[in-house]
Design a protein around this ligand. Sequence first.
Ligand SMILES: Nc1nc2c(ncn2[C@@H]2O[C@H](COP(=O)(O)OP(=O)(O)OP(=O)(O)O)[C@@H](O)[C@H]2O)c(=O)[nH]1
Ligand SMILES: [Mg+2]
Length: 339
Amino acid sequence: MTVQWYPGHMAKAKRTLEDNLKLVNIVIELCDARLPYSSRNPAIDRIIGKKPRVLVFNKADLADPAQSEYWMEYYKKQGFTVVFTDARAGDGVKKVIAAVKKAMEEKVSRSLERGRIATTLYAMVVGIPNVGKSSFVNKVSGKAAAKTGDKPGVTREKQWLNMGDDIYLLDTPGLLWPRIDNQMAALRLAASGAIKDEVVDSGELCAFLLTFIDSHYPGLIEGRYNIKIPELSGDEERDYVTETVIGAERLEKGLAILEACGRARGCLVKGGEVDLGRAAALVLDDFRAGKTGKISLDFPEVLGEEADMAVMNEERMKQKEEKRAARKANYRSRKNGKR
Ligand SMILES: Nc1nc2c(ncn2[C@@H]2O[C@H](COP(=O)(O)OP(=O)(O)OP(=O)(O)O)[C@@H](O)[C@H]2O)c(=O)[nH]1
Ligand SMILES: [Mg+2]
């Protein structure tokens, strides 16, 4: 499975961001509190550059508070202004506006010195699809001015909204990076709902999610679905033709858990077999709605392991390349020697 998703409107979203950056005083970068690392778009980061910004982690109501605390400190240490929010209930939203005003204090006082009575602030809300940008804007304005929805790609056009208080917010379409190099990060993004379900293998996605929850939040799956986590003997026959991101063993285990969840919920087809597609939709809906529990997917130790693996892979590729070059040189010198 490889996640490649960059429809035309993403390219447009990138242009919107670049074009409007000049018009705004500050950027509100909305990330997902369940993925404080994987939901930060490096492309957005590059585009924002040195423009003042407030880093907001939304959907904090769905995240694990212990992990949120870790990431809060992590980004504060890097010098960011950080706020965790629940844009649906409104928690933390006022703090963001206060942070915007504070960051802009200097500009406002400069304008006042120059004799201007009011200074209007223009802020742009950016982030990955489905993270809650439009919900956030609506919560600040107290009106349902921007369209929201529980799938990625709802906002297609930028929209300026007056927040009163001399603040204008620009709601923008979600922006996903053109190529997601880290396929594990892609799985986390897909689990959060940032990537269209149609382009992801829902079996592998659920296998990833269920095995992650089982090892980091033991008891939650058993409790939610009233099942026992199936134990595999380890010598199962494997006949996967396609390569997996999470590895054959983990995929096997995850699919066995998914099957147990589906059976417990009566997702069956004729003959008593489990309808894995329906089971996957159910498991994903539960996770995204927070029904499985308060779960974060970016654990620093897991990210560390992945980074180590990436370095190891790179090292292995380099060694392979060096060996190949040495063989080539050897062959060439032998050939030249013969002449
Ligand atoms: N639990 C929870 N749900 C939220 C929160 N904020 C937004 N949502 C929900 O997440 C979904 C996406 O919200 P939107 O505001 O449409 O997200 P968006 O970032 O504008 O999405 P695009 O326009 O598609 O990029 C909706 O179903 C919201 O109700 C939050 O803080 N907590
Ligand atoms: Mg939107």
